[in-house]
Design a protein around this ligand. Sequence first.
Ligand code: FAD
Ligand code: PYC
Length: 413
Amino acid sequence: MPLRLLRFALNGKHSEPRMFRNHDTLKSSYDAVIIGAGGHGLAAAYYLARDHGMTNVAVLEKGYIGGGNTGRNTTIIRSNYLTPEGVEFYDASIKLWEDLGQDFDLNLFYSKRGHFTLAHTDSAMRTMRWRAEVNKHMGVESEVVGTKDIQDACPQLDMTCAGHAPILGALYHAPGAIARHDAVAWGYGRGADQRGVEIHQRTEVLNIDVKGGRVQGLTTNRGYISTPKILCAVAGSTPRVTNMVGLRTPIIIHPLQAMVTEPIKPWLNTILVSGSLHVYVSQSDRGELVMGASLDPYEVQSTRSTLDFAEGLSAHMLDMFPFLSNVKINRQWAGMADMTPDFAPIMGKTPVEGFYLDAGWGTWGFKATPISGKTMSYTLANDRDHDLIKSFRLSRFAEYELTGEKGAASVGH
Ligand code: FAD
Ligand code: PYC
């Protein structure tokens, strides 16, 4: 390690201002507590303070800011969903994304690339047409395109996919974008902190105190806090936290892995997804190819990387882009995806008074970070579900009113 860096680390006085304050102690009570300092928890804290004037709020994080799925995802942002409720919700998120860097005065590297979902079969083409029609009806830019448009946008793509799976067409979604994920967490965290919210890292919630069906407070590894309102935004740890209040959800946890190559010269200007080959890929501003594939097929709470995954994804990437055969993989990792039966989130009030849920974000929640923060802060502040999240209520499972988004997932299952 260079000496200068070591001296800087050991010297308590840092010339750069810190992004957030550090709090040595927890208060004995807050008006609201948010569990989880991922993008969703921090966004809710930011809008609670900014839009609803609630600042006596603590965000508790067992690890570090953005260290969960927020810092592990492949950052694809899009609104080309299948249900009108889904399209409306994710489109509202895109509108917030467009000005978010300006709101934060922070470069989020938000980069509009266009998004192709490739179809290799007639039935996939039918789903693309269906999505295009729903999207257009909702005022979202999506259209079915033919092979020439795809080849023009990405001349490097082998349109036969090594002869295994010839491409027939695609759903093209112009607003498709990518962004720098950790900057999103930092922007929301800094904005919330500046407005008075306390962010406590290395603070794990161990138990939740419920009496007479109503939240009273919670126990952490640093002591007890009283609070009338708790927002649970813990992604892959959701069942552990909902167990603390005796709430049943249909969420199951599967690992989702991803990997990046070494940086190479920019050549891929768009985002490509192939449901049949289980590949999605974009190129970051640093030149890395950011890639992912299907969920791990077993239900387990683990962030282990596997060789199986790297081999399978590389083989399919080479079917599409044989010229990459000498490019090296730099990193591989996993996150824990909280999967729901209908591939839509679970948001809003719950039967436990004062306990609010922002969960079931599975493989699709990064793009929703701004709108989930907006709608959950409204729900918490007013103790009333925001209109945009009504189709995502927990009770839909008991009512058999699912919001089926499986056909719009980028990731194979
Ligand atoms: P997280 O960022 O996971 O934050 C939850 C936090 O809660 C964690 O930091 C955790 O430490 C903390 N926590 C847990 N338990 C406790 C406790 N008891 N006490 C205190 N803190 C606790 N979505 C997209 O839209 N586009 C994509 O391209 C995309 N790609 C993905 C690729 C991968 C490999 C993965 C894993 C996910 C992907 N996703 C994508 C999904 C997306 O990452 C998540 O849905 C989203 O980041 C969830 O954000 P969050 O803030 O809810 O959760
Ligand atoms: O939701 O677009 C998405 C996505 C891509 C990869 C993982 N999730």
